[in-house]
Design a protein around this ligand. Structure first.
Ligand SMILES: [Zn+2]
Length: 482
């Protein structure tokens, strides 16, 4: 690094040590002078205006829009994407066969392994992969797979759908928000940062120590955000800390969570600690489906402008009845640099038969019943959903700061624990063994407990509550009656 760039770098880093009030004032001035790179772009504003209107469309109009988008996507993929050109021809499918939304079932399913094995073939001819953003995400048995996206376009789409949902809580664009999802500053290892462009405080989900969480509470009181955003796992760790220390937060209009399945028990703990309703959402880094909870909190409205959402049974037949689980299959409309058509997720969903009082007609998913990996496997092969653990309201949970289950063999589970201050390991182990034993009984499960100082987080700062290393597939779950 040259002398000048070292000085610039040091000055740039120094701004982070200024008091929050000074940084907020500078941020206000910055926002007045330089328009937000995404929010103020015409492309974003036009698309967002469209979404604001389309949310009130009739179901027929939404379906007509979907059919148009699907036909366009299939035609484009057939003409430009080597993988689809090949597989559609093998199956003797032509874009003109797609005459209704139901005709999507003529198209072959795309699995995680298909993406892993044919990533480059899924990119349209003439596009150089080195110019694209790459998301590396987990495939079957943990083998990573690459998903290519156009940076500006994918940010624009994600942000537009997220903003639409945030507005349902009464939040307005540029209102203050606090995000508890990532590492704000890898280089300086500070546990928080202020993002002046978006008027946002970022709290590190990688550094949720007791000491830092007291700092987080202090910052939230000073900043007075309208909303909080996080993963269910990180929001829950902070919620437990707030309850344990009897620390209230200033009034919030909503807590927004995504990227992980939200367990019903987690919702109770989080809403209680934050003193407001949760707005959960369903999405994935492959970006083939999106569903968001509205202000009525009746389940997840499908974002029909985002893509075609399907639920399939174990024979790949469509599930259309309410209250019947199906595996999620999504076709995203917005990734023209790696179109994913009928991409099969590891998630289960259940339709609700109800209409929502909010007036939006997009169908509702009553629940995402957990991901296929979120099951314990008993000695006999019996599956027990992780959600059962969350039904537990025993006081022992308030004595634990963080916890992760690891399963490598049938019937054997290791529980890694970071205890909250003041509680002994013996006390926690005894109570936890008793509590878990009521659900995951001794004849099927043997538990080991290990107390640790740090939990392994994903590269995005999430804590997987269950690290299930036994390969499971949808057939196992369907046979278990879920
Ligand atoms: Zn609604």
């Amino acid at each position: 690094m040259s002398g000048i760039s070292r000085i610039i770098d040091a000055t740039w880093q120094k701004r982070k040590s200024l008091p929050l009030s000074v940084r907020m004032a500078a941020g206000w001035a910055k926002r007045k002078i330089s328009p937000h790179w995404l929010w103020e772009s015409k492309e974003f504003q036009d698309y967002f205006d469209f979404l604001q209107k389309s949310q009130w469309w009739s179901l027929d109009d939404l379906k007509a829009y979907q059919l148009e988008q699907l036909q366009e996507l299939v035609k484009f993929s057939y003409e430009n994407v080597p993988y689809y050109k090949r597989t559609f021809k093998e199956k003797k499918i032509h874009p003109s066969d797609i005459k209704s939304l139901e005709d999507i079932q003529l198209l072959p399913l795309l699995t995680k392994d298909d993406i892993r094995d044919h990533a480059e073939e899924l990119i349209p001819t003439g596009i150089d992969p080195s110019t694209l953003r790459v998301w590396v995400t987990g495939g079957t048995s943990g083998k990573p797979l690459k998903v290519y996206q156009d940076l500006f376009h994918s940010c624009m789409i994600e942000e537009a759908f997220s903003l639409r949902q945030r507005l349902w809580s009464g939040y307005k664009q540029y209102d203050r928000k606090v995000t508890l999802t990532r590492d704000p500053n890898k280089r300086t290892r500070t546990c928080w940062d202020y993002n002046s462009t978006e008027h946002e405080i970022i709290l590190s989900s990688f550094d949720m120590t007791e000491k830092n969480m007291f700092k987080y509470v202090d910052l939230i009181h000073k900043f007075k955000p309208k909303i909080m955003i996080g993963y269910p796992s990180t929001l829950e760790i902070f919620a437990r800390f707030l309850k344990r220390n009897e620390l209230p937060l200033p009034p919030l209009q909503g807590v927004f969570s995504g990227s992980e399945a939200l367990f019903p028990g987690q919702r109770v703990i989080i809403e209680d600690a934050y003193g407001c309703k949760m707005f959960s959402s369903y999405g994935m880094s492959e970006r083939v489906a999106d569903a968001t909870e509205c202000e009525q909190h009746n389940g997840y409205h499908l974002s029909m402008e985002y893509g075609v959402f399907e639920l399939l049974d174990k024979n790949s037949e469509p599930v259309i009845k309410p209250d019947v689980s199906g595996i999620v299959v999504g076709t995203g409309f917005h990734n023209n640099v790696m179109p994913l058509i009928r991409y099969q997720m590891f998630d289960l969903g259940v339709y609700s038969g109800e209409k929502c009082a909010c007036g939006r007609q997009a169908p509702i998913i009553k629940a995402f019943k957990g991901r296929v990996r979120e099951y314990f496997v008993g000695k006999s092969g019996k599956l027990m959903t992780l959600q059962l653990i969350w039904a537990g309201r025993h006081p022992v949970w308030s004595k634990i700061r963080e916890m992760q289950f690891v399963q490598e063999r049938k019937g054997e589970v290791l529980a890694k624990i970071i205890s909250a201050p003041k509680y002994s390991q013996e006390e926690i182990t005894r109570e936890l063994r008793e509590e878990i034993g009521k659900i995951l009984t001794e004849d099927e499960f043997k538990f080991e407990f290990e107390f640790v100082d740090q939990m392994p987080l994903t590269h995005r700062g999430k804590l997987n509550f269950l690290d299930q290393r036994i390969p499971l597939n949808f057939e196992d779950i369907a046979d278990a009656g879920y």
